[in-house]
Design a protein around this ligand. Structure first.
Ligand code: FES
Length: 102
């Protein structure tokens, strides 16, 4: 099994009931996740995995996602430009400061 060098967890707002009713899902995290997957593929970044996850508990700053192993938490990811900035950060090794959650 080949383990990814980076893993992006995208909040899909899953709750215990299984219903994605939270902020990130309502703000389009599902569509942004699809864009993220496509863009990673287009850039040849096969060592970056993407997974949907449950609520990351930063709902007021969603859509949210986190990049491991860097432990970079991002919020207000509401556009393809923001996704591009996150992918750029993974490639460069420098976090996208404007979206980082303190
Ligand atoms: S619903 Fe995304 S952080 Fe809570």
């Amino acid at each position: 099994m080949k383990k990814p060098a980076h893993h992006v967890f995208v909040c899909a707002s899953f709750r215990m009931s299984g219903e994605p009713q939270g902020v990130c899902h309502k703000k389009g995290s599902g569509q942004l996740m699809q864009y993220l997957e496509t863009e990673l593929s287009d850039r040849g970044l096969g060592d970056v995995s993407v997974s949907a996850t449950g609520c990351l508990k930063v709902c007021d700053r969603g859509p949210a996602m986190v990049v491991y192993p860097e432990n970079w938490w991002y919020g207000k990811i509401e556009s393809e430009e923001a996704i591009d900035a996150i992918i750029d950060s993974i490639e460069s090794g420098t976090p996208a400061a404007e979206y980082l959650l303190a």
